[in-house]
Write a protein that binds this ligand. Structure first.
Ligand SMILES: [Zn+2]
Length: 433
């Protein structure tokens, strides 16, 4: 994933065109699947591990996170020397702080923004839900209040407190006359300018506000900049992870596709199944095989036969039955001999380990004794990897060869100083004195 970190710096100061984002994603996701077939849909792989995904990074939400972080800093440190140039540009729209509250359309703004600033505002539009209420929506920078097909902002009017349609109406919902308006707000503007603004407001919007005014007194309040109930400038809550999660769920709204596999588990149990193995002190390759078996995407012969119409679907070990993952990893007579020896071996330490079924082998065991559960599940994962390796080498999974692998692993664990490595080492010491 070094490629993504290299793109971080350019993304802080440049816009990344959609075409390039697409290409970056294509390269990264091909890398994840080793330039082969993508077994899992992208919308599932970008989900967090606890939801069944791989926590893979899509560059679009990542670029958005960087842009929104820039925006957050720009608002907070707007007077800083580094923001001098954008500060002056956005001042023409009433300042960035005000523009974000407006129902603007980038292409309708009277000044053409740089591609970088446009992209920043696009991501803002994506995460900010503009709660439309006719009296709180500013007339300035409004995508539907246009003069010569462009939105507008009058600084002098804003300074005198004029920004909502309500400010232009009397208590009955009729437009103030020019004289009343200029007197009420102590404002110097031409009658022509006043009339142009009034004419620019769509009739539908006026009717809506009028309707509201007939029922009650309306006091317009500027909309707040909140995202999911947090203020946009709350840097502790709205950090990079928050932005990435929000943007990812917007870009990939579909629910987890392979739900049926995990139907029988409660949600808390499911989180444990999906995440606990990630911190096991074992090789990433072992975890990869486990992930594939658990998610029913292990490329056994029958799987390849069904998906890609491969000729062979017979078992590599026994050469007679169809090689499904269940057969290969559990019910094949050759594998069964291996598991019999395995079960006998682990029972040496604890008697109350249930008889291993394919479900236990596929997802791992849930036991009351956490230490034993941890040890047994580590061994089950390594046993699955051992079977996978034997299939690849076209040899039978012989238990003694597996035991030798574990002895080697035990020795390497001794050199690790992490708590989990030492726990596994301690467990293995009981099985291999
Ligand atoms: Zn077989």
């Amino acid at each position: 994933m070094q490629s993504l970190s290299r793109l971080t710096y350019p993304a802080y100061s440049l816009d990344i065109p959609d075409k390039l984002i697409k290409k970056i994603n294509q390269d990264n996701f091909n890398f994840i699947w080793k330039n082969k077939y993508h077994y899992i849909n992208k919308s599932d792989t970008v989900k967090p591990a606890k939801e069944g995904g791989l926590n893979a990074i899509d560059f679009d939400p990542m670029n958005g996170t960087i842009k929104l972080k820039w925006l957050q800093n720009f608002i907070i440190k707007g007077d800083n020397f580094w923001f001098d140039f954008p500060f002056k540009i956005f001042k023409m729209f009433g300042g960035i702080h005000f523009l974000l509250r407006c129902d603007f359309n980038i292409s309708k703004l009277p000044i053409k923004l740089s591609a970088f600033h446009q992209q920043v505002l696009q991501y803002w539009k994506l995460i900010y839900k503009h709660n439309f209420t006719p009296h709180t929506v500013p007339i300035w920078n409004n995508r539907s209040i246009l003069i010569k097909r462009k939105s507008f902002f009058y600084g002098e009017w804003m300074e005198k407190g004029v920004w909502s349609i309500v400010h232009l109406l009397d208590n009955y919902g009729n437009f103030l006359t020019y004289d009343v308006f200029t007197k009420k707000y102590n404002l110097m503007c031409s009658e022509r300018q006043f009339k142009t603004v009034i004419q620019a407001i769509p009739q539908a919007l006026i009717t809506l506000v009028k309707g509201m005014l007939t029922y009650s007194v309306v006091i317009p309040r500027e909309p707040t900049l909140t995202i999911d109930a947090y203020h946009f400038l709350d840097k502790n809550k709205l950090n990079n992870t928050f932005f990435r999660n929000v943007l990812t769920s917007i870009c990939f709204p579909s629910p987890f596709k392979r739900k049926h596999i995990f139907e029988k588990f409660t949600s808390s149990c499911l989180v444990k199944i999906r995440t606990s193995y990630l911190s096991f002190p074992i090789s990433p390759k072992v975890k990869e095989v486990h992930f594939k078996v658990m998610n029913e995407i292990y490329p056994c012969n029958n799987f390849l036969h069904q998906r890609f119409n491969m000729d062979v679907n017979v078992c590599t070990f026994c050469n007679s039955d169809i090689e499904t993952a269940e057969h290969l990893f559990f019910s094949c007579s050759v594998t069964q001999t291996f598991w019999d020896a395995f079960q006998y071996w682990i029972m040496y330490d604890t008697q109350n380990i249930p008889n291993l079924t394919y479900e236990y082998i596929k997802f791992g065991l849930q036991m009351e004794n956490r230490k034993t559960e941890f040890g047994v599940n580590n061994l089950i994962l390594m046993a699955k990897y051992f079977i996978h390796k034997c299939r690849f080498l076209k040899t039978s999974p012989v238990f003694n060869a597996f035991r030798n692998d574990i002895i080697l692993h035990k020795q390497s664990l001794k050199c690790c100083k992490t708590k989990k490595a030492l726990n596994l080492h301690e467990y293995l010491c009981k099985l291999i004195p």
